[in-house]
Design a protein around this ligand. Structure first.
Ligand SMILES: [Zn+2]
Ligand SMILES: [Zn+2]
Length: 144
């Protein structure tokens, strides 16, 4: 029974990781399409100003409306950047050689040093972690 549970939780982890990767790819795709839209709108502003100038009008209102659209798009890009950042898996530095491993590594990929893991859930922990970032287990009760 325990064995099956272990397999299930292992599979769950793998699925979650690949889902995160797909998510980041999608976000990056969305971001570049938003950036394209901004470029197009900037070109449009150029056209409007040119037309306005040649017709002796200002074109200010149209330009202002497009500038607002661009601001909206920039906000969306900001949001996407934040989400991309938060879905990057955190990394753990090896206390022995300083090489960086993924948060799900139990041993350093460079020197084989055992990395600190949570006694409760098995999550790899940063050297100076006081609490497990996954389950909240107290790791270092000398923390003040
Ligand atoms: Zn190492
Ligand atoms: Zn834990």
């Amino acid at each position: 029974m325990d064995f099956i549970k272990k397999i299930e939780s292992g599979l769950g982890l793998v699925t979650k990781r690949s889902e995160e990767l797909v998510e980041v790819t999608k976000l990056k795709f969305k971001k570049s399409s938003l950036e394209k839209q901004i470029e197009e709108k900037q070109l449009e502003i150029g056209r409007i100003i040119y037309l306005a100038y040649s017709q002796n009008t200002t074109g200010n209102e149209e330009v202002a409306a497009i500038c607002n659209d661009i601001k909206e798009l920039e906000k969306q890009i900001d949001e996407i950047n934040k989400r991309i950042e938060s879905s990057q898996p955190p990394e753990i530095k090896c206390p022995n050689c300083g090489a960086v491993s993924g948060i799900d590594a139990s041993y350093c990929s460079k020197c084989g040093e055992k990395l600190l893991t949570c006694p409760n859930c098995g999550q790899t922990l940063a050297e100076d972690a006081n609490f497990c970032q996954k389950c909240g287990e107290l790791i270092n009760d000398n923390a003040e």
